[in-house]
Design a protein around this ligand. Structure first.
Ligand SMILES: C=C(O[C@H]1C=CC=C(C(=O)O)[C@@H]1O)C(=O)O
Length: 369
């Protein structure tokens, strides 16, 4: 058992962020910043941070639905990585409901494909949700423990939301990290499910690497990241071809983009605000894709498909894309999963992809749905 004390001490409302290098636990709100203009929000937060203080928080998918929410916790503790040995029991739900019904998601993807083929857009990301009701309070700490135990994603997180709920998950995708003058982004797009059978698993990965449709889906994303970061960087590198990356449940195409900043006053949160929403979770062109998401999805995304992370007084920090996550209310939990749609997408395959993406949370809850 390595460095699990902070994980054990987590209580709902705290901010938890765990990676392979460190664990951050922030408790108690010393100062809270809430705003719908994330660039102004990032500037207000920078102005407040001094010495060793840290700001932590979440950005929503769309500030028309929920504000950016960043706090300077009264207590911040950090340690090495948290690797629990034991799984914790979560318990079974009394009701499960898909939002929308799977057949309606297939229809929405079909409509999106038609719009894309008619030439209006290059890519849009459509999501669906799974609502689970319980006869007891949802044990957020147990789910977080199990996500860390499963090493379910490179960034395991939980954050208190302004509505009193908790966003928790384990995402593979880095929106932006900044250390001194160096920035890194690790965009992910293009996916296939893992398989328990090693031969099928390898075949799935090879099919993904060779898939023209997934290459296009990924290229749209990397282009957008590079275009957004270029004005901020004097050096910016991105490999021509994406690489295969995996979580316990999914294979993805990923590209590590690295750069050197022109101006070291540009903070991690400011850069994350510039990048968000990327085509990994919204689409291209951004505004048209955001409108289509609003038209085709029958729910508000809230803090799903936003960003979660931290920043220090020097402007360094890490912001991950808030996917493979759920929003926990007292006795209910809403899981989210989405997928990028391009003209060559297949609606049924997109439904299956979202089902596979739900597995990150479902496994952590010990559920076989
Ligand atoms: C939008 C999600 O995943 C994104 C990240 C990786 C791969 C994706 C894809 O292949 O569609 C999505 O762009 C999600 O998990 O809800």
């Amino acid at each position: 058992m390595v460095g699990v004390e902070l994980l054990e001490d987590y209580t709902p409302g705290d901010f938890y962020f765990g990676t392979s290098r460190r664990t951050i636990l922030g408790s108690g709100a010393g100062r809270t910043f809430t705003g719908t203009d994330v660039v102004s929000l990032s500037e207000a937060v920078s102005a407040e941070l001094t010495g060793s203080s840290l700001a932590v928080g979440v950005l929503p998918f769309d500030t028309a639905g929920a504000p950016g929410h960043v706090v300077v916790p009264s207590t911040v503790r950090t340690s090495g990585p948290s690797r629990p040995d034991e799984r914790k029991a979560v318990g079974a739900p009394s009701a499960v409901r898909a939002v929308p019904e799977p057949v309606r998601h297939v229809e929405a993807v079909g409509r999106a494909i038609k719009i894309l083929r008619d030439g209006g857009l290059r890519k849009v990301v459509l999501a669906r949700a799974l609502d689970l009701e319980f006869d007891f309070d949802v044990p957020a700490q147990a789910i977080l423990n199990n996500l860390a135990k499963d090493r379910a994603g490179a960034y395991t997180y939980a954050a208190g939301l302004p509505n009193g709920r908790v966003l928790l998950g384990a995402t593979p995708e880095l929106l932006l990290s900044r250390v001194g003058g160096q920035v890194v982004s690790h965009p992910h797009a293009g996916s296939v499910p893992r398989s328990a059978d090693p031969v099928t698993d390898r075949e799935n990965a090879e099919a993904l690497a060779g898939s023209r449709k997934d290459q296009v889906e990924h290229a749209v994303l990397t282009e957008a990241i590079v275009e957004t970061l270029r004005p901020f960087c004097r050096r910016l590198d991105a490999p021509r071809e994406p690489s295969l990356v995996s979580t316990p449940t999914m294979w993805h195409l990923g590209t590590v983009v690295t750069g050197d900043l022109v101006d070291r006053d540009v903070t991690a949160l400011r850069l994350a605000a510039a990048l968000h929403p990327t085509p990994a979770i919204c689409g291209t062109p951004t505004e048209a894709a955001r409108r289509l998401v609003g038209e085709l999805e029958p729910f508000d995304r809230g803090y799903y498909a936003g960003a979660v992370g931290w920043m220090d007084a020097a402007g360094d920090g890490e912001w991950a894309v808030s996917i493979r996550c759920a929003e926990v209310a007292a006795r209910s939990i809403r899981l989210y999963a989405g997928g990028g749609i391009v003209p060559a997408s297949d609606p049924k395959a997109e439904l299956d992809e979202t089902s596979a993406k739900f597995q990150t949370l479902l496994r952590a809850m010990g559920l076989d749905l």
